[in-house]
Design a protein around this ligand. Structure first.
Ligand SMILES: Nc1ncnc2c1ncn2[C@@H]1O[C@H](COP(=O)(O)OP(=O)(O)O)[C@@H](O)[C@H]1O
Ligand SMILES: [Mg+2]
Length: 296
């Protein structure tokens, strides 16, 4: 699903003394098929932006009967989110949203019931018990859990990483075409992080055409994303492929953002008169350093 955003602004608690402008004239297009990254400081508007993509936060024109449609555009696939009449249920069947710390929203008595809830809530029509069971089994297996071993277990008895995976299973159980994840690896140990990223790649290379991921981990972004949007104070500062973005190491560091290890090494080498032109993945960086050594 292609995402088109033009001139999107959002203010929390508008017309109150606590009004906060969280998004300020954001224009951004994500093409179908991308693995799209969003980075930026805490409070830069990343979560507010992604919550628009499944209609959790709505545009004024979509909320008020008589609100004039401004110049704001927000479409996700065939869904026009500036339109009041957009079928949000149909949208949410196709757009899976994994919130920050999604395990906090687990509630059912068993892992099976939790994942089945996601399925029954969004599946087309009223699925049979067999269909539900097959979908839950498939989703739990996909996230790397042993269906038979966990289905009757209380989600609260699982480890942090397992809970996270159950929560993700509850979203992917309907096989959304677009998956949006807000810091899906936050708070996990390195192995847990790696497992989540591998899972996202498996999904992206099978049925989930488009992935949008909010992340603080620049190494992860450099390794995985087709393009990256940098948010700062509610605005989009850059939209670039990692190869271009991380050439601006000094600018990013001045903005207070981190850069991948490969970008720090590139900068350190440059200061010593050695220019390395890599795409900032570890593999390519190592390759280019070795090539350089051979020619010297
Ligand atoms: N529910 C809310 N009520 C009021 N202000 C909010 C709410 N959620 C976020 N904000 C404010 O909106 C701005 C953007 O926040 P957010 O989208 O959560 O940024 P990020 O995800 O990049 O950390 C911040 O100033 C934040 O304090
Ligand atoms: Mg956030």
């Amino acid at each position: 699903m292609r995402i088109v955003t033009e001139h999107l602004s959002y203010i929390y608690n508008e017309r109150s003394p606590f009004a906060t402008r969280a998004l300020d004239d954001v224009s951004l297009t994500v093409e179908e098929g991308e693995f799209f990254g969003i980075i930026g400081h805490t409070g830069s508007g990343k979560s507010t932006f992604v919550q628009h993509l499944n209609g959790l936060l709505r545009l004024p024109s979509a909320l008020k009967r008589r609100a004039k449609r401004g110049d704001t555009v927000l479409t996700v696939g065939e869904f026009d989110l500036a339109d009041r009449k957009t079928d949000l249920r149909a949208l949410r069947r196709k757009v899976g949203m994994v919130f920050q710390y999604p395990e906090n929203q687990l509630f059912a008595e068993t892992v099976f019931d939790d994942v089945a809830f996601g399925y029954k809530n969004f599946a087309d029509g009223k699925p049979s018990q067999e269909e539900t069971e097959a979908a839950v089994r498939d989703a739990l297996t996909t996230v790397g859990l042993d269906y038979e071993a966990v289905k009757e277990v209380s989600p609260f008895e699982l480890s942090g990483g397992q809970k996270r995976r159950v929560a993700i299973a509850g979203v992917i159980v309907t096989k959304p075409e677009l998956l949006v994840l807000d810091e899906p690896a936050a708070g996990l140990d390195p192995l847990g992080k790696q497992e989540i990223m591998e899972l996202l790649h498996t999904l992206h290379s099978s049925w989930c055409k488009t992935v949008v991921i909010v992340s603080h981990d620049m190494d992860e972004i450099a390794e995985n994303c087709t393009r990256v949007a940098v948010f700062a104070e509610g605005r989009v500062k850059y939209v670039l492929p990692p190869r271009e973005l991380f050439k601006r190491t000094e600018e990013l560091l001045a903005l207070g953002l981190d850069v991948p290890l490969t970008a720090k090494l590139t900068l350190a080498l440059k200061k010593r008169g050695v220019e390395i032109d890599s795409d900032f993945t570890l593999e390519d960086f190592a390759e280019k350093v070795l090539a350089r050594r051979r020619t010297c």
